[in-house]
Ligand binder design. Structure first.
Ligand SMILES: [Zn+2]
Length: 754
């Protein structure tokens, strides 16, 4: 680095953007998550609060008008977990594409990528067996490459968990750098003087692989960036992100402690917008204005590597059990296997983690044995087949092409078994997702999610002829005691709350077809299935739906006839038959709504209620007119006695019009809402309509539609104005983004001028 560059204050802000896989592995659906209210699930909530706002960061003037939009990913160093991107790709394709484009453009323009890979579904690599470690790393790298079009230079380790074996695998896969916390290094040696030095953060080190005699192999090396733990903790846990002036000042005051004029901040990405509200705005304002005041240059780690030679070598801390270390546990990696109280919130017993680890580890061993024993009969190369299966998951090649290339003997039976084996190991790996151990109790949704994946993997093993595995798993789970009496132990949790996620194929497929129909769609895709509605017809005995269902995992397409009768809510009748078009109910088989799991039932009923509500709009309008007249006649009396009725009716009218609008994009619905608002304004009546999950669940589809349809800008602004007046922030957010995309940065100001 030359002298001039030596004076520049470099800043790297790394954000780890990640959500665990959340879909029910039998239905491919992210089910309703009550705790995410008013959102329908956590992915939607955190994306709307954090990942998307950082894509469209706002800078406001003193009147609160948007004067500029900043894409924070142009400045951040970051990783997005594949399991999060999978969701975004399905439910918010426009924003997903913008994110991918951002990375591609930066790489093209600067030659460096701010985005790095992540091990695939966030397992604790030091605790994985050797072949799982490799697949996690390879899938993470390949997933990145297939999305962004180039190989990643860096890789984010889940919970920054690392040991020497992990680093060796990363070197094998040509990863140039990782990011670790200071305590994960045990030793620093000056490369020139060979003298030992303390481990300082905000610096990078080289780690060399060694042979069995501990002799350094200089050609096998990887760089380790050590982030500033003190500053990062301050950002994550203290409130310095609410104001960009304070944020920049705090950061600037930190340089004087470090020699290299480099600061590296690393936190969970959710810090900016989800954990700390408006911290996304703080970032935008800092990037555009505040950091410039201090001559702070924001840079990516890849770029920094290109301007600065390494000065130090490092050895890594083997950890308390010599298994490795991590950023979120002071006891090596015990947080994910038991033996420490990290994350106990001061009151909970966390010893359940041991039983859970034993159960998932044992399951992994058994299923890996099955995979390798069965796999060697089928595949040319068992390891490579498992690794290359990511190309099928990413739809780089079709399942059939993949099998034709990898199977020794191609026939239907072999193909079927191979598909099952590959799906089985995928879900087995998902059962190791680190979040299952991270929190205070075994009853957390993250742990339940891991157990659902275990159940799915076990079910596939059973289909392959391997029975009795479940017993082994549940007996180990019985060692894990929940802190809550009504949950009991892990086995009881599994029996009571997990097993119900396993649903028969008939129920899954009819559920998805009915859901698609009730949503008014002709096509719907989730993680596992593509559904197409081919025909809908009203018959005397109910609604006839004919659909095709494509299962991405088995590569099979089915055709399904359904007659569903919603006449009475307590007796919904569903009749189904697979095969060619057939409207004869007497040839069909009846399935009961009770056969669906609770979440599916809720969703069907919810969609049914919406449909019913829509029918009642005229009545609500009439009631509104009646009440309005009463209010005109005697305002005070009416307020005393009819205020709640009035509010209820108004909220229903707004709700129904909003649902219709989000689904159909018909601006008449916006006019209807406006009329109601004007009338109530005349009465000085304050509307307090609140966002609910029947609205948020339509938001993804709505966003996709507004970006892909020709809409008059006047209409968009009218809707935006209404959303702002009703304080429906997420909806106005998407419309502002749309206006911005249409008019470009110079006209960001026009967004507020509606
Ligand atoms: Zn710990």
């Amino acid at each position: 680095m030359d002298d001039k560059k030596q004076d520049i204050k470099y800043l790297v802000i790394h954000t780890h953007m990640y959500q665990p896989p959340r879909e029910n592995p039998f239905t491919g659906e992210v089910e309703l998550e009550h705790s995410a209210k008013p959102y329908d699930n956590w992915n939607n909530r955190i994306s709307t609060e954090c990942y998307f706002p950082n894509l469209y960061g706002r800078i406001f003037d003193t009147q609160g008008n948007i004067v500029e939009m900043v894409n924070n990913y142009d400045y951040l160093n970051f990783n997005f977990g594949p399991t999060l991107l999978n969701w975004m790709e399905i439910y918010y394709p426009k924003y997903y594409e913008k994110l991918v484009e951002t990375v591609k453009l930066l790489k093209e323009k600067k030659g460096f990528s701010p985005a790095i890979a992540q091990c695939y579904n966030h397992t604790i690599l030091p605790l994985d067996n050797f072949s799982t470690k490799i697949t996690q790393v390879y899938w993470g790298i390949r997933d990145f490459e297939l999305r962004f079009g180039f190989k990643p230079e860096g890789l984010w380790l889940s919970e920054t968990s690392v040991n020497e074996d992990v680093l060796r695998i990363l070197i094998d896969y040509k990863i140039k750098y990782v990011i670790l916390a200071p305590h994960q290094l045990s030793k620093a040696i000056n490369l020139k003087t060979q003298k030992e030095d303390s481990v300082y953060p905000n610096r990078y080190y080289v780690w060399f692989d060694r042979d069995e005699k501990k002799i350094k192999n200089c050609s096998r090396r990887i760089n380790i960036f050590v982030y500033d733990e003190e500053l990062s903790k301050k950002i994550a846990f203290d409130n310095i992100t609410f104001n960009s002036e304070i944020f920049a000042k705090e950061i600037n005051s930190r340089y004087k402690y470090f020699k290299d004029n480099l600061l590296i901040i690393a936190t969970d990405g959710e810090t900016y917008g989800h954990h700390h509200k408006f911290a996304d705005l703080t970032l935008s304002h800092s990037f555009k204005i505040e950091f410039l005041k201090y001559d702070i240059k924001v840079i990516s780690l890849a770029e920094y590597l290109s301007i600065k030679e390494p000065e130090y070598e490092a050895e890594i801390n083997p950890g308390i059990d010599e298994e490795g270390t991590s950023w979120s546990c002071a006891h090596g990696v015990r947080r994910w296997k038991g033996g420490c109280n990290c994350g106990d919130e001061g009151i909970y017993d966390t010893s359940w983690r041991f039983g859970l680890r034993s159960a998932m580890k044992w399951l992994g061993e058994v299923l890996n044995d099955i995979y390798f024993e069965e796999g060697k009969k089928l595949f040319f190369e068992i390891y490579l087949s498992r690794n290359n299966y990511i190309d099928v998951i990413r739809k780089k090649i079709t399942l059939d092409e993949f099998l034709n290339k990898n199977l020794k003997d191609i026939n239907e039976e072999n193909k079927k078994r191979a598909k099952k084996l590959l799906t089985m190991v995928k879900y087995q790996m998902f059962s190791l997702t680190s979040c299952g151990w991270f929190f205070s109790d075994i009853s957390r949704i993250e742990t339940q999610q891991n157990l659902k994946y275990a159940l799915k993997a076990i079910s596939i093993a059973e289909e392959l002829g391997y029975k009795g595995i479940e017993k082994g798993v549940t007996s180990l789970l019985s060692m894990s005691k929940s802190n809550f009496k009504d949950i009991g132990n892990g086995e009881q949790l599994y029996e009571r709350l997990i097993k119900s996620s396993k649903i028969s194929k008939e129920c899954v497929e009819s559920f998805l077809s009915i859901k698609t129909f009730l949503n008014g769609h002709t096509q719907y895709s989730n993680y596992i299935f593509d559904i197409k509605i081919i025909k809908i017809k009203e018959l005397g005995c109910g609604t006839y739906i004919y659909s095709s269902i494509f299962d991405l995992e088995s590569g099979e397409e089915k055709f399904l006839n359904i007659i569903v009768n919603f006449k009475t809510i307590e007796n919904i009748k569903i009749n189904i038959k697979y095969g060619n078009e057939c409207e004869a109910i007497e040839t069909m088989e009846e399935i009961k709504l009770e056969n669906f799991n609770k979440k599916m039932q809720t969703e069907i009923l919810k969609l049914f209620v919406i449909k019913e509500k829509q029918k009642g709009l005229d009545n609500f309008n009439k009631t509104f007119d009646t009440l309005y007249k009463i209010f005109e006649i005697n305002r005070d009396m009416a307020f005393e006695n009819l205020e709640d009725d009035f509010r209820y009716v108004i909220n229903q009218i707004i709700n129904i019009n909003l649902i219709n609008f989000l689904r159909e994009l018909d601006f008449k619905n916006i006019d209807n809402i406006e009329k109601i608002m004007e009338k109530t304004k005349n009465l000085d009546f304050k509307i307090d309509y609140k966002l609910s999950n029947d609205i948020t669940m339509l938001m993804g589809n709505f966003t996709t539609k507004i970006f892909s349809k020709e809409i008059d800008e006047k209409d968009i602004k009218k809707a935006l104005n209404i959303f702002k007046r009703l304080n429906l922030h997420p909806l106005s957010f998407h419309l502002e983004n749309l206006i911005y995309e249409r008019n470009g940065s110079q006209k960001a100001k026009t967004i507020s001028q509606s």
